[in-house]
Design a protein around this ligand. Structure first.
Ligand SMILES: CCCCCCCCCC(=O)SCCNC(=O)CCNC(=O)[C@H](O)C(C)(C)COP(=O)(O)OP(=O)(O)OC[C@H]1O[C@@H](n2cnc3c(N)ncnc32)[C@H](O)[C@@H]1OP(=O)(O)O
Length: 219
């Protein structure tokens, strides 16, 4: 798959070329083609997640909500598919690639020099006292690092370690930017670092990680 197809205008000519000969045991993932209704569903589900962790309804409303969610489960259950066939995580135009697990951030630069993504932590990501939960930052960085090593043209790798420095409180509902790049390559090892900043350029967190290229058949 060409990087232009993957990330559209965020891609420049320097984007690396991945080699599917070296994907370890990973299946080949392709972008999903979906209509606008998919983005609408994911957006509604994200708002539902925010509300699920920020409301205190009456018992009657809770019962009503439970019945509606159970009806939604019954609606979707017959459409379960194996990993790699679901649109979630494969819709590159949507925040978080359409995956509810991923932070709803949008990639705005994707090439061999690095990857930059912009977005917000929402109420769903609350840790305490108005700040993002500390565990949501590794999720943001780890997913970014996967994209960075891919944009650099490195074969499929897994994170061996990830070190975060939490420099300042990470606020909710505030536009932030995260950017990182490959620092060094040594054989199977790719060393990557990234920085999370607010719009004023204040560093909220920085992170460095080692990703190790998978050997043939490695899970
Ligand atoms: C399009 C699809 C895109 C998909 C992208 C996928 C991105 C996924 C990103 C992830 O989040 S993966 C999930 C979290 N990570 C894991 O679950 C990884 C679990 N660990 C492993 O599978 C293995 O430990 C690993 C593949 C990372 C390495 O095991 P190996 O047995 O293949 O390697 P080995 O232990 O021989 O180490 C290779 C080199 O890395 C070094 N190394 C490994 N782990 C290290 C560590 N923790 N700290 C420092 N160095 C480390 C090790 O010293 C050695 O260095 P040298 O070559 O210089 O001797």
């Amino acid at each position: 798959m060409r990087f232009e197809e993957r990330y559209g205008e965020a891609v420049t000519d320097s984007a690396g070329k991945d080699d599917y000969e070296h994907h370890g045991g990973f299946p080949r993932y392709t972008p999903a083609e979906v209509g606008p209704e998919y983005g609408r569903l994911v957006d509604a589900l994200r708002t539902l997640q925010d509300l699920a962790v920020s409301t205190a309804p009456t018992p009657e409303v809770i019962e009503d909500a439970a019945e509606r969610v159970e009806a939604l489960i019954d609606l979707l259950k017959p459409f379960a598919v194996p990993e790699g066939e679901q649109p979630a995580g494969r819709v590159l135009s949507l925040p978080g690639r359409g995956s509810l697990l991923m932070l709803p951030w949008t990639v705005e630069k994707f090439d061999a020099e690095g990857v930059r993504s912009r977005g917000m932590f929402r109420r769903y990501h609350l840790g305490g006292n108005g700040a993002a939960h500390g565990g949501t930052l590794p999720l943001l960085f780890d997913d970014l690092f996967g994209m960075i090593q891919h944009a650099y043209g490195r074969p499929i790798s897994r994170t061996a370690y990830l070190h975060i420095n939490y420099r300042k409180i990470t606020p909710l509902d505030t536009e932030l930017v995260v950017e990182g790049s490959v620092d060094k390559v040594e054989g199977r090892k790719t060393f990557i670092s990234a920085v999370l900043k607010d719009r004023e350029g204040t560093v909220l967190a920085d992170c460095e990680a080692l990703m190790v290229q998978l050997l043939k058949g490695q899970p």
